[in-house]
Design a protein around this ligand. Structure first.
Ligand code: MG
Length: 432
């Protein structure tokens, strides 16, 4: 009889004091959440986000589309829950979490995802990332600004652009696919993928017959690489003892971790299997950001050297950047700054943080530095944070102009309503 074998574990790692990751392992729902926010807020966020997913456990939908929608709705509900908690409780302000959730109905697997935790599929020796990372570096790759190889060591690669709980609204990626016997699905937090290469992860899953041992080896690998972050891994193996043998199928029988019988409904479906054997033929991404040609997840960059060191550097940079020690950078961040000597509106984070271009000009102005009083130059050089594009335009409209005859004093109708010039240390603008 075909069945799902599911096992998972979470480890604090070697650097962090607490574990802000959470995992959910039930009969039909599984999830990984990586919380952030500090002072226990991250733990609160990640565990709260799992609650709506948990409610789906054991529910039977019949209609695959309804099941996928229910999972997606649960992620939206998780966002509402966490963002409300953050709003209501000052000590939870700025908290958030990633959430990568899976629901099984027979061999049909639904995935819903926000953030940079990941779902992978290992099928016939091919290891593919099913989920897109909602990260700054992925955004830069998509924009053609950096290569995947550069992203792998990018100091800001742990900055995420989408998370549960940081805004009342959230965009959820969703997909569904049919599992084949022998398939392995891995859900994991970035504490694993940040320090262990895809090749190494796939090698462990491929070679280790016992799923519990496979999980332990993944965690050991991450810790051996420094364990800079909490590490969570959850493995689903779709076993069919009658299928052409794979060693782990027999080992799993004797080992009895958590097992789930495939429902009889699935048996009726089996006639369709041959027609659905194409690895991702049945997968769809329901996200509005879905791009044609993205069905085949690109393999991640290979082995990465010095990744742990880069993470620490990244954390230091981001720590000075982001309110509350979180790691959000919402891609909608805007600021008014200088493009050489011209005032421009940027989207992203001030590029002066490092050698990387983390922001792009979205609007130019005719304003030149020479037209602006000298006392105002530092504010532009540092960049003035805006809540949105409209706010950025408002800031541009209030930039004082130099009067040839007057002295350069800040009394000539300048924008005096705020003193936050160049203030890049919060992401409040995005949540406003
Ligand atoms: Mg993490």
């Amino acid at each position: 009889m075909r069945r799902i074998v599911a096992t998972g574990a979470s480890d604090v790692g070697r650097v962090r004091k607490g574990n802000e990751d959470a995992l959910l392992l039930r009969d039909s729902v599984f999830a990984v959440a990586d919380g952030m926010g500090g002072h226990l807020a991250g733990e609160v966020a990640s565990s709260a986000a799992l609650e709506p997913i948990k409610q789906l456990d054991g529910q039977v939908f019949g209609d695959p589309q309804a099941a996928g929608t229910a999972l997606r709705d649960a992620v939206v509900a998780a966002n509402a829950t966490v963002s409300k908690m953050a709003e209501d409780n000052p000590s939870y302000r700025g908290m958030g979490t990633t959430l990568t959730a899976v629901m099984l109905e027979g061999r049909r697997m639904h995935v819903a995802h926000v953030g940079d935790s990941r779902a992978y599929l290992l099928r016939d020796g091919q290891f593919s990332q099913l989920t897109d990372d909602h990260t700054l570096v992925q955004h830069l790759i998509d924009e053609g600004q950096i290569t995947p190889e550069e992203a792998a060591t990018h100091p800001q690669r742990s900055i995420i652009t989408r998370a549960i709980g940081v805004s009342p609204e959230v965009e959820v990626d969703a997909m569904s696919l049919d599992l084949d016997p022998g398939d392995q699905v891995l859900l994991c937090s970035d504490g694993l993928t940040g320090v262990v290469s895809d090749d190494d992860i796939a090698g462990i899953l491929e070679s280790e017959a016992n799923p519990d041992t496979a999980i332990q080896r993944l965690i050991e690998h991450a810790n051996a690489a420094g364990g800079p972050d909490n590490i969570t891994a959850l493995l689903l193996r779709y076993e069919d003892p009658n299928a052409p043998s794979r060693p782990r199928a027999r080992a799993a029988d004797t080992d009895e971790p958590r097992t789930i019988a495939i429902s009889s409904r699935d048996e009726h479906d089996s006639g369709d299997w041959a027609g659905r054997l194409g690895a991702y033929g049945s997968m769809r991404t329901a996200s509005p950001t879905d791009r044609p040609g993205d069905e085949q997840p690109s393999p991640q960059a290979g082995r990465i050297l010095g990744r742990a060191v880069a993470i620490v550097i990244g954390i230091l940079i981001i720590g000075g950047l982001v309110f509350g020690g979180g790691r959000f950078l919402l891609s909608r961040s805007y600021f008014v700054g200088l493009d050489d000597t011209e005032v421009a509106i940027y989207q992203g984070v001030d590029a002066s943080l490092g050698p990387f271009n983390l922001a792009r000009v979205v609007e130019r102005t005719d304003l030149l530095l020479d037209d602006i009083p000298v006392w105002y130059h530092p504010a532009l050089e540092a960049g003035r944070t805006a809540a949105d594009l409209t706010d950025a335009r408002r800031i541009v409209s209030t930039i004082p102009l130099r009067d040839e005859d007057a002295d350069d004093s800040p009394t000539d109708g300048a924008d005096q309503d705020t003193n936050d010039g160049g203030d890049q240390d919060t992401n409040d603008g995005d949540r406003a």
